[in-house]
Design a protein around this ligand. Structure first.
Ligand code: PMP
Length: 407
């Protein structure tokens, strides 16, 4: 043990500085509590996998192993399985993207793609622009690489273009180096909003004029309830956008298969970074996804998910309307999340212990801001509990808010 070490952690003085930015997310701390059966969890973002035809998946895996097991269990390409990369083109075509399979890097979930992009672009102190609020897992990555996250206002139509322009100008006037804009344009996690069709070219134009890359993170794009997907920003800009996709929400997160589509030179760096991190993504997982895409009606499965989540969104929004008229919330037309603004004076983080006692869990808004603001907000997920549980959860939640107001 070093002199400065403690009995709890003898290596305390040895860690790299960047570990100071690594803290357990608020969501992780919540998981243990939220997974108790008596608690209605409106906290997690877990897809409702019981809606997957498990027999079909089992057959898929069995067939794949029987015919291609030696390849599936072997090391594979650092960039990812060429056959899967071809199939990913079909998935992205649904959002208007045309690309070459060579420009795709398969990753261990899109979370690893977030890590790789951040790793190749960010030096400590560089600025990342991100919607206010922003996906907690991305904030964790940015902080681990010592980026400074600057939030940009977002409303019911997503990121606000004039706020983006003003923020960039102010930062550039201070001589700050802005590396990229991180955006979740569809059915935002946690805000539940979608970047409007009008705003997409405006956001691209602003970033292009200022030489700022757009990191378009799109795991929920195919999960719209009432309409076909909007064209991705990447569909309009090949050079200015790194696009991230994932099979976690449209198929299964346990396989950990996502991807990045990047301009050629960026893609080369992403592959090198990925090879140094993991050598290659799991061939087994990729070939499972690939066989599933080739042999089952994956579009029909996405439709099943869309209908299921729409019913749950309705259950949540109707219950909120009935039970919590004092609050405001976004009305998602896809994805997993409602973003709720509590009545004045109620603090989401301070209220959480009472909520857990009342057997309901949610994520306080503070998780989704790099600066720890957001006390008045709550993320509620409707993806996992069934509609009756959602109604019961909202009833308990409304009771907790009411009790806070009466304090
Ligand atoms: N981005 C966003 C916006 C997400 O919500 C998630 C998952 N919650 C991810 C990325 C990571 O997904 P995965 O690694 O499972 O593809």
């Amino acid at each position: 043990m070093t002199e400065q070490g403690s009995r709890l952690d003898p290596w305390k003085q040895s860690y790299a500085q960047r570990t100071a930015g690594m803290t357990a997310s608020e969501i992780r701390a919540l998981f243990a509590v939220a997974s108790r059966p008596e608690v209605v969890s409106l906290a997690g973002g877990m897809p409702y996998l019981s809606a997957l035809p498990m027999d079909t998946v089992a057959e898929t895996v069995q067939r794949m192993l029987a015919t291609e097991g030696l390849t599936a269990l072997q090391y594979g390409s650092g960039q990812g399985d060429p056959r899967l990369r071809e199939q990913i083109l079909e998935v992205m075509a649904l959002e208007g993207i045309s690309a070459h399979p060579d420009d795709i890097v398969v990753t261990t979930g899109s979370q690893q793609a977030l890590d790789l992009v951040t790793r190749i672009f960010i030096d400590p102190g560089d600025v990342v622009l991100a919607e206010a609020p922003s996906y907690v897992g991305a904030l964790g990555v940015f902080s681990a690489y010592q980026a400074d996250v600057v939030h940009v206002a977002s409303d019911a139509d997503g990121l606000v273009p004039h706020a983006l322009e003003e923020t960039i100008q102010a930062l550039q006037a201070q001589g700050r180096r802005i590396k990229f804009l991180y955006s979740v344009p569809n059915f935002h996690n946690p805000a539940g909003v979608t970047l409007s069709l009008e705003r997409r070219p405006q956001v691209l134009d602003i970033c292009q004029r200022h030489g700022i890359l757009v990191l378009e993170d799109n795991p929920y794009g195919l999960l719209g309830f009432d309409r076909e997907p909007y064209p991705a920003m990447r569909a309009a800009s090949e050079e200015g956008v790194v696009y991230l996709g994932s099979f976690s929400k449209t198929f299964a997160p346990g396989l950990r298969v996502g991807w990045a589509l990047a301009p050629h030179a960026v893609r080369e760096k992403l592959v090198l970074a990925s090879e140094s991190a993991i050598l290659c993504p799991s061939a087994y997982a990729q070939m499972t996804v690939s066989t599933y895409l080739a042999t089952s009606d994956w579009r029909a499965q996405i439709k099943v998910y869309r209908e299921l989540y729409r019913e749950r969104r309705d259950a949540m929004v109707d219950a909120l309307t009935a039970q919590l008229p004092q609050a405001r919330w976004t009305h998602p037309d896809g994805g997993f999340y409602v973003w709720l603004t509590l009545p004045e004076g109620v603090n989401a983080k301070a209220m959480l212990p009472r909520a857990v006692t009342e057997r309901v869990a949610y994520v306080p808004g503070t998780a989704f801001f790099a600066d720890g603001t957001g006390h008045q907000h709550v993320r509620l997920s409707y993806c996992y509990p069934d509609p009756d549980r959602i109604r019961e959860g909202v009833r308990r939640f409304a009771g907790v808010v009411q009790a806070e107001l009466e304090l």
